[in-house]
Design a protein around this ligand. Structure first.
Ligand code: ZN
Length: 307
């Protein structure tokens, strides 16, 4: 009988995957065309890639458990999905199966989808989060309004994120043949990585020139958020801010038993203007991307009572 739930999960996952790939193809076509026709295709590219990314993330989550993609699923529907074989014969499971098949329940939004995706693929968070955060901030304008302005690089970051996610999905059985990277996709990915090296070099050179005009030798910043971390700017030596996440964990083998680490994915220095957009750019500029915050464990425990 659990075949009914498995078949439903396959159906939902497949529907999301097919829709996602449809939007991805249109988004990438608009993106590549936007080289020649920037004003005609850029907004369409961003809008379609934004929808594609959200649907890909939901398809990925649904393949693991379709409950992961819903917001406030009724308890009866949860019981049907997680304990079908224990339900009495009188349980009206068809009602809930039809409701799910027909998309009657509200699904989670873009931000929640990516937060849940990272739980399964934490290694992609540092390389994607800065790009997906940009997409989160601009996708609604791209779909529902007039997109005021854009920089080519910002659109490239979104295309890079979309292609990275589809490659991640293609590693699993459910998605293996859903999408095949084209020669144009591969060429773009290679070019994006090569351009990133040049971009960091240019950013570092520009910041060095600016740093030479700074009269003071240091400035101190104090922040009190788990999503921010102050570190020394590699160019001017002043305090700059890293954006990222602090994660609490337990270490089975080493002391201390508990750990608190900050994983960075963006850096900004207000003094010399250095701005680095993802963990790969941080590495290229010679910066660390992971910082030990174990010394702040007491503060963490005080804030999050369950620890
Ligand atoms: Zn600096």
């Amino acid at each position: 009988m659990t075949n009914i739930v498995q078949s439903l999960r396959k159906h939902v996952q497949s529907e999301f995957a097919q829709s996602a790939v449809g939007y991805l193809r249109i988004g990438l076509r608009s993106f590549f065309e936007s080289n020649s026709w920037p004003y005609l295709s850029a907004q369409a590219a961003l809008g379609n890639l934004g929808i594609a990314v959200e649907l890909m993330l939901k398809s990925f989550l649904a393949a693991r458990d379709i409950q992961l993609i819903y917001k406030n699923l009724p308890f009866e529907a949860q019981a049907f999905l997680s304990a079908f074989k224990d339900l009495p014969p009188s349980f009206p499971w068809r009602t809930f199966e039809i409701a799910i098949r027909s998309g009657r329940y509200e699904t989670i939004g873009f931000d929640e989808s990516r937060a849940r995706f990272y739980v399964f693929v934490p290694e992609l968070k540092q390389s994607l989060e800065s790009h997906l955060r940009f997409l989160s901030q601009h996708r609604n304008a791209a779909v529902h309004s007039v997109f005021p302005s854009f920089q080519r690089f910002e659109l490239e970051k979104v295309a890079f994120a979309a292609l990275t996610i589809v490659q991640c999905l293609m590693k699993s059985e459910q998605f293996r043949y859903t999408y095949v990277l084209t020669d144009e996709d591969r060429k773009f990915l290679d070019q994006f990585r090569a351009d990133r090296i040049d971009r960091v070099k240019r950013a570092v050179e520009k910041s060095k020139k600016h740093a030479a005009t700074i009269e003071h030798t240091s400035s101190c910043i104090s922040v009190d958020e788990w999503g921010l971390y102050v570190t020394e700017c590699p160019i001017c030596g002043c305090d700059g801010i890293l954006y990222g996440d602090t994660e609490h964990g337990f270490n089975e083998d080493n002391e201390p038993f508990e750990s608190l680490d900050f994983f960075a994915y963006e850096f900004h220095c207000d003094e010399c203007g250095l701005a680095l957009e993802d963990n790969e750019e941080l590495r290229l500029a010679g910066m660390e991307t992971c910082f030990d915050r174990t010394g702040e464990l007491n503060k963490w425990r005080a804030q999050f009572a369950e620890f």
